[in-house]
Design a protein around this ligand. Structure first.
Ligand SMILES: Nc1ncnc2c1ncn2[C@@H]1O[C@H](COP(=O)(O)OP(=O)(O)OP(=O)(O)O)[C@@H](O)[C@H]1O
Length: 232
């Protein structure tokens, strides 16, 4: 089976320009493969580079070396060398990312924040709003909050808005950074259900799951992110 996403020799180092150009190698030689319907959990000690790897995969950080091959529009797209326009298209159609924290857009209602990626993919606005509402209910976000901007929501409420937005489109590849960090047991169980359903529908998932119960419930295998001394 063709992988949904794979990296070849991915490396990343940070250069601290305000600290005399000190170079911090983080990732090196990362060969990660995830297939449709599979969930891979990134594993490794604090500071090993798990979040950095996620951000490289989504294109938030440029890769220092190597390739990030995404199966996109029936072809291969190397995100490490893709143009900004190609990255935007890949994010709209193929690659989703649920970060730990919601970046709130002022004055936009929660329902619209969740519906937006569906509308961007061409779904009629009313249908997108209905799907958003269903997901928000499933994640136990009370109806009275759906029409409010989430700026004043609690951490757990904001995380659930973020999750609804990330799961709504059914992306072929979905990146999850600590998706249950701020959630109670009932909502953790909902997220486990959403991940399992996404896998059953063929999504490839890469996640950081510090919660062992969630990790064991969804991950098919672990990928070791090792502290690296020699990164690009
Ligand atoms: N923007 C940045 N600039 C400089 N150094 C960074 C940057 N982002 C991360 N780092 C460094 O890269 C290393 C890896 O950080 P990262 O957050 O990826 O680790 P992690 O494995 O996700 O850790 P944790 O499990 O604690 O969240 C750390 O030493 C961190 O200080």
């Amino acid at each position: 089976m063709t992988p949904a996403l794979r990296t070849e020799g991915l490396g990343k180092a940070f250069t601290l320009h305000l600290q005399g150009g000190v170079r911090i190698p983080v990732l090196g030689g990362v060969d990660l493969t995830v297939h449709p319907g599979e969930c891979v959990a990134l594993w490794g000690p604090s500071g090993a580079g798990k979040s950095t790897l996620m951000r490289c995969l989504y294109g938030n950080y440029g890769a220092g070396s190597g390739r990030i091959i995404l199966r996109h529009r029936g072809d291969e797209l190397d995100l490490a060398t893709a143009t900004p326009q190609q990255v935007i298209t890949a994010r709209r159609e193929t690659l989703g990312y649920v970060s730990q924290f919601l970046r709130v857009i002022p004055r936009v209602a929660t329902r619209d924040i969740v519906a937006e990626p569906l509308v961007a993919r061409g779904m009629p606005r009313q249908e997108a709003a209905a799907r958003a509402t269903t997901l928000l209910h499933r994640l136990n976000l009370p109806e009275r909050l759906h029409s409010l901007p989430p700026a004043t929501f609690s951490g757990g409420e904001q995380q659930r808005v973020n999750l609804a937005r990330g799961f709504a489109p059914g992306y072929p590849v979905l990146l999850l950074d600590e998706p249950t960090a701020s959630l109670d047991a009932a909502n953790r169980a909902v997220v486990i259900g959403l991940i399992r359903e996404a896998k059953a529908q063929g999504s490839a998932i890469i996640g950081i799951f510090h919660d062992a119960e969630v990790r064991e419930a969804v991950a098919d295998r672990l990928y070791d992110v090792l502290p690296h001394q020699d990164a690009a």
